[in-house]
Design a binder for this molecule. Structure first.
Ligand code: AMP
Ligand code: MG
Length: 437
């Protein structure tokens, strides 16, 4: 009996329809917030920065004291010279306002003294003792009015929303939370995702490889992908191709996790039990095979927000199916607004042809070329994508060398070299490697 092939967009919709955004929230210290998803909006409670302050080490002055004077004839008529009445370290607040003829030496970050409206960088000054021995500063290059002052609220104004519920906390976002004065922050509980590799032939990496055996790579690629998506993986190890024991392991796995992922056992082989078992788990089966390549045999079933994905055994297929279906589901559970990988349209260097009407996800490298400009001057860069060699779904090296997936639509048969295609860029470095709690 052949399983009907579901078109990819329909399949993704079914998955996303089955997702219930996680209502549980955890409050974590900021140190533990990286890689998590915000469960609250974060607003600026005061102006950031709190006061007008200096962007440079230099001298706070009144612009009118140092502006080039008419009839002065540039520098010949003498450079402006001011009395230095205070030195302001990064934390100092001036003891009194600045008045005509005065400057205050100021360090980067120190509040601008009242009366001053411009900072002259130290490189454009010369310090000297005055006739009475008191310090003076000569302005050797006139500033522009208002120069080198960072205004209060220039980053965030008091009351301004800075980050939103569902935002992923990357390095810049945790820096913003620190700046806004959040020592702790509410984040979404990470979905717990069980990963089970099925197959009698599987050996763990420490076991010897003998003919007929295959080392279990999928438990490791999948737990990595789960980390990268910001959820919490739990490696459930390997299960044999035994219908009864698999039934029990799957039932327990579903009870104990928000999402259960298996690999292998979804094809047409005599020992592929995941597909038939999906009907016996008391879940609603969304689909059992997709009109895609790689990753055709994929089972999806769900019940009340609990999700089950039976991914293919071939390591590339399992990774591709994860990125296309499981990752968006996890992101939706965590309330993130952007569920897909970043997309670009770039010319496909190699060209490609296929005979089937499936959507293909090829492994590619997006690159930037620097082409010399015919008019001289700096080279102009342009993006391209090339495939990472053999595209066999068992060849992990095609994935390892890739930084993107190249999407070949169902209806395409022949893509001429240089023709633009859509690519989905892989994510950057892994996120959230610490277990929660
Ligand atoms: P299956 O869908 O179970 O027939 O598996 C398809 C192919 O993927 C077979 O060649 C399996 O040996 C291989 N495979 C299955 N599970 C894994 C795994 N965890 N790691 C690496 N390869 C696997
Ligand atoms: Mg198998």
């Amino acid at each position: 009996m052949t399983t009907p092939l579901i078109d990819f967009d329909t399949a993704l919709n079914r998955v996303l329809q089955a997702v219930r955004p996680t209502p549980q929230v955890e409050e974590v210290p900021l140190e533990g917030a990286y890689g998590r998803f915000l469960a609250q909006d974060a607003n600026a409670r005061e102006n950031i920065p709190i006061a007008d302050n200096s962007a440079m080490d230099g001298f706070a002055v009144r612009y009118e004291d140092v502006a080039p004077k008419e009839g002065q004839g540039g520098v010949e008529g003498g450079l402006p010279c001011l009395r230095v009445v205070e030195v302001l370290g990064a934390r100092s607040v001036a003891g009194r306002p600045l008045v005509a003829g005065e400057a205050m030496k100021i360090m980067t970050g120190a509040p601008i003294p009242p009366g001053a409206d411009t900072v002259v960088m130290v490189e454009h000054t010369r310090s000297q003792p005055g006739p009475d021995g008191a310090p003076q500063v000569v302005i050797t290059l006139p500033p522009r009015p208002g120069e080198h002052i960072r205004p209060a609220g220039g980053d965030y104004l008091a009351g301004q929303p800075a980050l939103h519920r569902g935002d992923l906390l990357g390095p810049a976002q945790v820096g913003i939370l620190a700046s806004l004065g959040y020592p702790r922050v509410k984040v979404v509980r990470r979905p717990l995702v069980g990963v089970l590799a099925t197959g009698d032939e599987l050996a763990e990496p420490g076991e010897p490889l003998t003919p007929g055996r295959v080392r279990n790579a999928n438990s490791y690629t999948l737990t990595g992908l789960i980390h990268q998506a910001g959820a919490e993986p739990r490696n459930l190890g390997m299960a044999p191709d035994n219908r009864e024991s698999l039934r029990h392991i799957l039932a327990r796995g579903l009870a104990q996790h928000d999402v259960l992922i298996t690999s292998g056992g979804v094809s047409m082989g005599d020992y592929d039990f995941v597909k038939p078992l999906a009907d016996e788990l008391g879940l609603e089966v969304g689909f059992k095979a997709l009109n895609v390549r790689p990753g055709k045999p994929v089972v999806f079933a769900s019940r009340e927000g609990k999700l089950f994905f039976g991914l293919p055994g071939n390591p590339v297929s399992a990774m591709v199916a994860f990125l296309q279906l499981v990752r968006p589901a996890l992101l939706k559970m965590m309330g993130h607004p952007h569920l897909g990988l970043r997309r670009l349209r770039v010319p496909l260097e190699d060209g490609f042809s296929k005979k089937d009407g499936k959507r293909h996800f090829l492994r590619g490298v997006v690159y930037l070329t620097a082409e010399p400009s015919p008019l001289g001057g700096p080279p102009s860069g342009s993006l391209g994508v090339r495939l990472t060699g053999h595209q066999g779904s068992g060849l992990l090296h095609s994935m390892e060398r890739a930084n993107c997936l190249v999407i070949i639509p169902e209806e395409s048969r022949q893509i001429p070299p240089g023709h633009p295609v859509e690519v989905q860029l892989f994510e950057g470095p892994p996120l959230a490697l610490e277990p929660s709690g």
